[in-house]
Design a protein around this ligand. Sequence first.
Ligand code: PRX
Length: 702
Amino acid sequence: MSHNAIESTLQENRTFPPRPASEFGFPKWHVDSLDEYKSLHARSVQDPEDFWRDEAKRLDWFRPFDSVLEWHSPDAKWFVGGTLNACYNCVDRHVQNGHGEEPAIIWEGEPLGPRTSHAAAGSNYAREPEVRVLSYRELQREVSRFGNVLKSLGVKKGDVVTIYMPMVPELAIAMLACARIGAAHSVIFGGFAPSAISERVMDAKCRVIVTADGGFRRGDVVKLQENVEEAINHLANHGHIVNHVVVLRRTGHVPPSQRFADGFHQGSTTWHWWQDQMARASEACPCAEMDSEDMLFLLYTSGSTGKPKGILHTTAGYLAFVQMTARLTFNLIPDSGQLFWCSADIGWVTGHSYVLYGILMNRIPTLMYEGAPNFPTLEGGKGDRFWDIIARHRVTHFYTAPTAIRTFMKWGDDLPARHDMSSLKVLGTVGEPINPEAWIWYHKVIGRERCPIVDTYWQTETGGHIGTPLPGAIPTKPGSCTLPMLGIDAAIVNEQGQELGPNQGGLFVIRKPWPGMLRGVYGNRERFISNYWGRVKDARTGQPCYFSADGARRDSDGYFWIQGRIDDVIKVSGHLLGTMEVESALVSHPAVAEAAVVGVPHEIKGNSICAFVTLRPHWLISHKREPDQSLKNELIAHVAHEVGALAKPDQIRFAEGLPKTRSGKIMRRLLRDVASGVEKITQDTTTLEDFSVVAKLRADEE
Ligand code: PRX
């Protein structure tokens, strides 16, 4: 987080009290006063077993649990002895209870169809997008069929299935099908590159990949199938065989002559078309009876080493936590005309919890949009597709990221003003600290100064919201995620685990287990302990605390202000990236001897990536190359190829050597200062950074 942002949040003291539920047509707020929140929160942390026993009653169980919690720090078992199924809780039970014909998923594709005659003259939307609505019954049927497809490919209870797809309903269907048959899904964001896929497939020991030929994004085709082919070849060279790939035909960009036939063998891998497989699959697929603590999914997230971590979530605890946080944070009420739209990709945890599981469990229709906010692209690269979607579908809940809000703000107020967004009731933000200016813009321009804004603080590891306003109970302050979620015993402590007083910056920790917490880092017990539990002990009890790796403070009202990561990961456009991941990608290029990557404050993205690179002189000579812009472009493209476009450095700066302390540690703080102090250099061809002087001066500081 930039210094400016910290300063502005320090000065921020505007408060927005909750408004009456009736103003929004809600019969009530689930939690409707600060006092009610406080007493619920006190109960939830003082008697968590009692509190969570009640919450768990909202799930449907095959077999009830015997006890609520077994806690042997850092290992938690929630709802011990119970059995249930996640897909049953999201889909089947609604069909069973007579809601089969209600919409579950409302999906809109990015491309627009032919121009229609009835469209208003001059409208950008003179062409209709493709919209599909899946009722719970249709979803149940599709999921059951795909469950059978997976079974026919040999997928069994406990296996991990990799899913690498665009934002299409089949992505949700594939995930729910895994849950239905008791396999865990490992979804990889469609923006990741082949090597990121192979790394995750290998780590999770996956044998089956579900993908699509491509996806549509800002009018272009994202070539997913090609990326999977490249990943599979790479895996085969490393002795890991992927047995089956199922490909959804979405873009059709591969010419028919080059398309494979269903069941085509290549190496040891068999390729199948989704559509062909589904046409043959039976609709009878019972929900597997899963233990509360059986794995529901893995989701890879960046850490401070080069290798991403497979965050492991289990069934009952995750479901209990996510259904509660979705219900309370967004005040979800079935049968009241709500339509929830979370614009995050399902490839991130936000999509898992609040496009899919949390929303469907609460029987609220969830809107999925395939593409970009600026398609069709208006003058200056702007777009108003999101506002058009909200207006056309009458979206009531909109949940997005600060980086998107800052972009919309830059695109101007006239774009939202063209659309009738009076259906909106609750607005949410997630993924990084929101600067008060963006919060106020969201409040005024999108929320018409009425809709509550829930700034939800959480992580892949926490499963769901851990700090957020509850819209009927907690007054909001722009830039603060306000107070802890029910069941979350959060505190700001120093390195010794002592709780700090108001406005003292410290470490954000959680002192008690909660049902949605990660159960491990897949295949890496040591990393699970050292990353999350090894750093801080509660000074009062001596017990390890969960440490989120975020710095934060609490103000005199007890409100949390998250200041950002204190480890070597950075948030770029709301996406977590390990600096080491980008560094490893850079040094895998033969021109690069050493690389150091730092985050630089960026107006829209929150942070941008600056890479300091030292080159191999011999390579330059033998390849007749110079340290020039074309080499910079090549390195940027190389990072995109190795990790994905989201990891592209904004700046590459060549250096003679990297500044290091006497013990050999790279002086990142110095690099950050250098990187943020100087304008982006685009045209330089010759300048090399000479750090020798500063390095000597600062050698003892880091
Ligand atoms: O630094 C915090 C930031 O995002 C990190 C978690 O990233 P990830 O696991 O990718 O999950 C993102 C979606 C939940 C946190 O450690 N972060 C997330 N939400 C907020 C936030 N920082 C400030 N305010 C938030 N609302």
